[in-house]
Design a protein around this ligand. Structure first.
Ligand code: ATR
Length: 507
């Protein structure tokens, strides 16, 4: 269930947020502490106001009343007694849940206030916030909730500071599940993001979301993204999980791409972005979720390799792996950047790559996979790099593989007509965010195919200059799409074959 956490300062504003997000949400958490002080006493009217929206619908939308303390990241500085009184008033007006901090929960066990609140039939959410890390044990939390009543839900919002912390948080959710304790376990911040989406897998009663552009808690995303991109309400025990790992990871286009394709193909699978600081810990996470496969982006494309049971020649030649899938002995690494690079080129060319002379600019990580793909296709490759020694190193490394093409490094590019390239490829980062042209000294004849792997923006200065000279151009977004399509095909086969299946054939 997706619950919208309101961020408005007025009750009317909160109702408007509900109306705007209604089609994506299953419930609402009214953050009473975020309302203006003058508005807070009106909180019990929220039920009636939301119901008046609902009159056009048949469902009863569940409501949570939360008055978060300043020490827990909220704005309330009321006493505990005053907050419990306000929560009681909300419960009496028809709220379904009240959020009570675990250290305040014992107050519910005795006295009129506790009796009134519990007696109203409301479900207490006994919450704990840890803004520093992930707690070691959870027995105290379970006891605190059990003392409040059988129907209490334990909520733990912790802050994973690493991939290892995220694994521990998932195990905490599993611990609650094993004890049959109703729970909501969420990781705040960037490392915790997967917990916002893994509602079914973690056994969470619900997940929270904020209206677009209005984050109520670190790591919240908007309800529409949870509902339509991650399809969290459709998750079942049979859902298959995939991910992309990187650091940072927020900018990755892969979740939108793969989730979109799973959705349109009707495949019960979710693809998560995962911030990873240590790839070894990610392999523990991949077992804990469990994942069937994952994509790898900067800076982990080399670091994953030692943990793989199997690697394709593409990974060994490129020295980089962008795709990992389960295989019988563990994990297999593949480099779909190689396929992704070649596919748009083969579409544009009117002859075979084995008949092409290629000038490749750059000799970094991305260049290796590209050079391997070109050599495998039989091309004649000339490498020019700002730092010539690096180009020579790349050539020496690739010469160790018996591939049909040829490769050499040059310190300068001559204007000799017999040396003119058919294809010019930029593998450097120059041009990213419009930062320049890596070969502004090179004059195009208009006969070259010019390929830039930079895709932010797709129309780099190099691409613009080549197009103006009459060249056929290939922009980096086409390589992204082609490598993602090759990855998706691997994931699709795994998702439909099931957990523990052998990895699909891949050359
Ligand atoms: P990636 O994995 O993205 O290829 P990399 O391994 O750091 O990143 O390689 C970056 C490539 O871009 C290298 O070829 C680098 O040239 P050097 O080896 O001389 O560093 C090239 N590059 C980066 N900035 C450049 C610039 N301003 N001008 C020319 N080449 C540049």
């Amino acid at each position: 269930m997706i619950f919208l956490t309101t961020t408005a300062e007025t009750l009317t504003g909160a109702v408007e947020q509900v109306a705007e997000q209604r089609q994506w949400i299953d419930g609402v958490e009214l953050r009473v502490d975020l309302l203006l002080e003058s508005e807070r006493e009106t909180a019990p009217r929220f039920r009636a106001l939301v119901d008046s929206l609902e009159s056009r619908r048949t469902s009863h939308i569940p409501l949570i009343a939360t008055i978060r303390r300043e020490t827990d990241g909220g704005r309330s500085n009321q006493t505990d007694v005053a907050r419990l009184k306000s929560l009681s008033a909300c419960a009496a007006s028809g709220f379904d849940f009240v959020d009570v901090e675990s250290d305040v929960a014992p107050m519910l066990r005795s006295g009129d206030l506790g009796a009134a609140l519990i007696g109203s039939g409301v479900t207490p959410i006994v919450s704990t916030h840890d803004f520093a890390g992930v707690p070691e044990g959870v027995t105290d939390l379970v006891d605190a909730a059990a003392a409040v009543g059988q129907n209490a839900i334990v909520k733990l919002a912790a802050t994973p500071n690493s991939t290892a912390d995220l694994v521990r948080l998932i195990r905490i959710a599993d611990d609650f599940g094993a004890r049959r304790v109703e729970h909501i376990v969420l990781g705040m911040g960037a490392f915790g993001f997967p917990t916002r989406v893994l509602t079914h897998r973690l056994g969470n009663v619900l997940t929270f979301a904020s209206a677009p552009g209005d984050t109520a808690a670190p790591g919240h995303i908007d309800p529409e993204t949870l509902a339509t991109q991650y399809r969290i309400s459709e998750a079942t025990d049979d859902t298959r999980y995939f991910s992309v790992i990187g650091n940072p990871i927020g900018h990755s286009r892969s979740p939108e791409y793969h989730n979109g394709r799973f959705s349109s193909d009707g495949i019960n699978a979710i693809y998560l972005p995962v911030l990873v600081d240590d790839t070894r810990d990610h392999f523990a996470l991949a077992e804990a979720i469990p994942l069937l496969g994952f994509s790898v982006t900067i800076p982990h494309k080399q670091a994953v390799i030692p943990s793989l049971a199997e690697t394709g020649e593409d990974v060994r030649a490129a020295g980089a792996c962008n795709t990992v899938v389960r295989c019988p002995g563990g994990w297999k690494g593949i480099n779909t950047d190689v396929l992704g690079f070649l596919a748009p080129l083969e579409e544009v060319l009117d002859r075979d790559l084995s008949a092409c002379r290629v000038l490749m600019i750059g000799a970094g990580g991305a260049a290796r996979g590209i050079a391997y793909g070109l050599l495998k296709a039989g091309s004649e490759v000339t490498v020019w790099n700002r730092t010539e020694s690096r180009a020579r190193g790349l050539v020496a490394d690739l010469t160790e593989f018996s591939l049909p093409g040829s490769i050499r490094a040059v310190g300068s590019v001559t204007a000799d007509a017999t040396e003119r390239p058919d294809i010019v490829i930029n593998t450097t980062s120059v041009g990213m965010h419009g930062s320049g042209d890596p070969i502004d000294w090179f004059a195009f004849t208009g006969d070259e195919v010019v390929y830039d792997i930079v895709y932010t923006p797709p129309e780099t200065p190099l691409i613009q200059r080549a197009a103006a000279a009459g060249c056929r151009v290939i922009t980096g977004d086409r390589m992204f799409d082609a490598q993602a399509a090759a990855q998706y095909e691997l994931y699709r086969v795994l998702a439909t074959a099931g957990l523990g299946a052998a990895s699909p054939d891949q050359t």
